[in-house]
Design a protein around this ligand. Structure first.
Ligand code: AMP
Ligand code: MG
Length: 488
């Protein structure tokens, strides 16, 4: 659906700024199919005019015309402080196709660009393109990336770089920040329209309830609690969990200085601009909870339409208290499946926590450890398990493996069946920073083959892919220190 809550208090007509001499850097046929773009034999659009559309150079392709491109206003909290009005500073919503919104990120200045140039650089656009698709393939809710279009147009960041436009697709890009926007304007009528629109389009089950707005809040909070549990389970750190980057559909959106853990480090900070570590790996769940508190306070006036002020606060407060419970349940469920456990036992959480502590202490590669764990058998002997060599404190990990093997005895699944189910939840391939970096450096020299290869590999993260085994390797020491910051 389009962001059809029109009005100049929330959006402005915004034609994209043309991008000189655009060319394809990468393209996602599976997203193209979602929105009905016809493909040629090369898996790029049959109609070459799509290149112009996705570069922001034209608004029509065949019979299709994007009549009314807009950018939207939102407000929000950045790094824990109220930042006032923000908005799509460089994202332009072209329109909707097949109930999906199509947005161009980096397509030039908008009404909300403030001091920014409205552009995105090739480097960060490659990261957004690849990660959106990689997350989808991992089964994690996310905005999708349709295409990546490059140009020689110069863009100034710390150094001179070149511009790119990443086209993104999602059922909606509405954020917590849109609620905060109307709440900060104290415009309850518009706040209500926004909530009603969201319920009608995406949460129709709330209509049937006696407290639709409370239930809307609960649904959004539940989706985001589950989302952050999924992030934790693949070692994903978002990097900028500001309330304007939080989707009210529970999607991962706004990929910037994100990172996947290589070795496990519980307090890993992926964003070099995040000096205090507000968005470190272990803080993401509580920060998402904090963002849900921002949403709750923005939605408070809606509850007050039907309840007393005190009752509204109580209702939202107890709804907010469900977040850590939902999160913990989801986290336990996913980590149990990462260990290959189908039944539930009281000691399971302790077993996972002891493992993560040991992995943290020895800086063990997160993805590869879980992938290889499926080789452990019910009759394995701890000191023969190769994975123990990854740990410094052998005595401790031997005890852990002994307890894990004991626990496996209580499972009915065979070693073969368990391995197969574990390999469906423990990916072999993730978008490691050093892999993205190699692809970026080649692309900056006009060779896009590595971006495209990585895209292919990451679309099948659970498959062995014999020819690409080396893409599962952790980074060498010099590649561990790649810095990613808010500059994009
Ligand atoms: P982000 O942290 O990437 O979500 O961005 C925070 C805010 O800054 C959003 O409102 C963006 O639209 C805006 N912004 C980021 N980069 C630019 C840019 N190059 N030009 C205009 N606005 C930008
Ligand atoms: Mg953002």
């Amino acid at each position: 659906m389009p962001f059809n809550l029109r009005g100049d208090d929330v959006c402005q007509p915004t034609p994209p700024t043309p991008l000189p001499n655009p060319y394809w850097v990468a393209f996602s046929p599976s997203v193209a199919r979602l929105i009905g773009i016809e493909l040629g034999a090369d898996n790029f659009p049959k109609d070459s005019e799509w290149l112009g559309v996705l570069a922001g150079n034209q608004l029509n392709v065949g019979p299709l015309t994007f009549q009314n491109p807009i950018s939207t206003a939102y407000s929000g909290h950045q790094f824990g402080s109220w930042a006032g009005q923000l908005g799509d500073g460089r994202a332009i919503l072209l329109g909707d196709i097949n109930y999906l919104e199509l947005q161009l990120k980096g397509a030039g200045r908008t009404h909300y660009s403030r001091m920014g140039d409205g552009r995105a650089v090739l480097r960060s656009s490659i990261r957004e393109f690849l990660c959106s698709e990689a997350m989808h393939a991992l089964g994690i809710p996310t905005s999708r990336a349709l295409a990546l279009v490059g140009s020689k147009q110069a863009v100034r960041r710390e150094t001179m770089e070149t511009a790119a436009v990443c086209s993104r697709v999602a059922p909606s890009f509405i954020r917590v920040g849109h609620f905060e926007h109307f709440a900060s304007l104290q415009n309850i009528v518009r706040l209500k329209e926004l909530a009603d629109l969201l319920i009608a389009e995406f949460y129709p089950e709330c209509l049937a309830s006696k407290k639709p707005y409370l239930n809307l809040f609960k649904e959004i909070s539940t989706r985001n609690a589950k989302l952050v549990a999924q992030w934790q389970s693949v070692g994903f750190c978002h990097g900028v969990l500001n309330s304007d980057n939080i989707s009210v559909l529970g999607l991962t959106i706004d990929y910037g200085p994100f990172g996947f853990l290589d070795h496990f480090q519980i307090d890993h900070i992926c964003n070099h601009s995040d000096h205090g570590g507000r968005y470190a790996y272990h803080r993401q769940p509580q920060i998402m909870h904090w963002n849900m508190a921002c949403l709750a306070s923005a939605m408070l006036p809606l509850l007050e339409l039907e309840h007393s002020a005190e009752e509204s606060q109580d209702l939202l407060r107890s709804a907010l208290e469900e977040f850590p419970v939902t999160y913990a349940k989801e986290w336990q469920k996913i980590f149990r499946s990462k260990l290959g456990l189908q039944s539930e036992e009281d000691g399971d959480t302790g077993l996972v926590e002891r493992l993560l502590q040991a992995m943290n202490d020895s800086r063990v590669d997160f993805t590869n450890f879980f992938r290889s764990l499926s080789d452990v058998k019910k009759n394995s002997i701890p000191i023969d398990i190769l994975l123990r060599n990854e740990f410094v404190d052998r005595e401790n990990i031997d005890q852990w493996f002994a307890d894990y093997i004991d626990r496996l005895q209580t499972e009915i699944s065979s070693d073969v069946a368990r391995k197969s189910s574990m390999n469906q939840v423990n990916p072999k391939y993730i978008l490691r920073n050093h892999l993205a970096q190699v692809a970026i450096e080649k692309a900056q020299l006009d060779d896009f083959s590595e971006v495209q290869r990585l895209h292919q590999i990451l679309m099948n993260p659970f498959d062995e892919q014999e020819a690409f085994q080396h893409y599962s390797k952790p980074p060498s020491e010099d590649m561990q220190a790649i810095a990613v910051s808010c500059s994009s």
